[in-house]
Design a protein around this ligand. Sequence first.
Ligand code: NDP
Length: 301
Amino acid sequence: MRPGVNPTFIMEIIDGNQIAAAIAAELKAEVAALAGRKPCIALVRVGDDPASVSYVKKKEKTAEEIGVTSRIILPPVSITQDALFKLLDELNADSAVDGILVQSPLPKHIDEVAVFRRVAPEKDVDGFNTLNLGKVAQEDETGFVACTPAGIMELLIRSGVDLKGKHVVVLGRSLIVGKPVALLALQKKAGANATVTVCHSATANLPAITRQADVLIAAIGRPEFVTAEMVKPGAIVIDVGINRVPDASKKSGYRLTGDVNFAAVSPLCAKITPVPGGVGPMTVAMLMKNTVKAFRLAHAR
Ligand code: NDP
């Protein structure tokens, strides 16, 4: 803890596993009540990147638990962009597929944003298509919100955090996390209505800005970057980072850590998410929620 700090609050660790499990249970009941064929998600994993292998496995397992059908497609790492586009065009046209997820990162020879754009907007359960990102800006609820940002908002709401009037500082401006979560926190709707500051690698005097945050969302991909000196006592800290750092004591040879130095920062916080077990499980839960939504929208057309 920082010297001189004497917090009067009780720190709470937000349990992402528990909240994600509650969402999964709700979805399972919703899917069980659907007549006819069940929602179907196509999970496309290019190559064998170890992190991607484990993410897709987790998505497949969660889909199965909920009753969502998953179709796993594993193109080789050498697939050309054109061949990947052709595959996506086929999935876009397949009426038995409601949602499509292309696991990132993609190999360097493939333009990731072009791939996101190729997924039909109505099947874009990852929420990275231009149209769906635009709908977030326009606060159009018919779109799909990217899963990690949507999961962060859901995590906050279900933990009793109302962002109205709060200063949210987002560390990171990626298309996948930073920008969409900033837009969501800014929305003029219940649970949002925050005042938002977005920081990035060119931000000057970063700690002075992060120290102003009532809610600090760290998504920069730098292990334990956020230190106690960067956090206001009583703040709520959402750690999005998933970093693998070498650890000889582990069988895998690495351990997972977030973008926040949990040991140093957590005693200062009102609430904080751990890594693992914070935002990560929410991302998968929101993917399933989007898939069920895509199914419902397709059947309403
Ligand atoms: P990106 O690498 O796409 O973006 C990182 C952002 O952080 C950039 O905007 C970059 O700035 C900024 N940044 C990097 N270094 C600094 C620095 N020293 N000071 C200030 N800003 C900095 O990462 P992602 O958004 O894709 O992912 C971020 C983290 O979240 C990663 O650890 C990733 O693994 C994790 N993640 C977790 C998910 C989950 O489900 N929990 C899902 C997705 C990601 P600039 O734009 O200037 O380069």
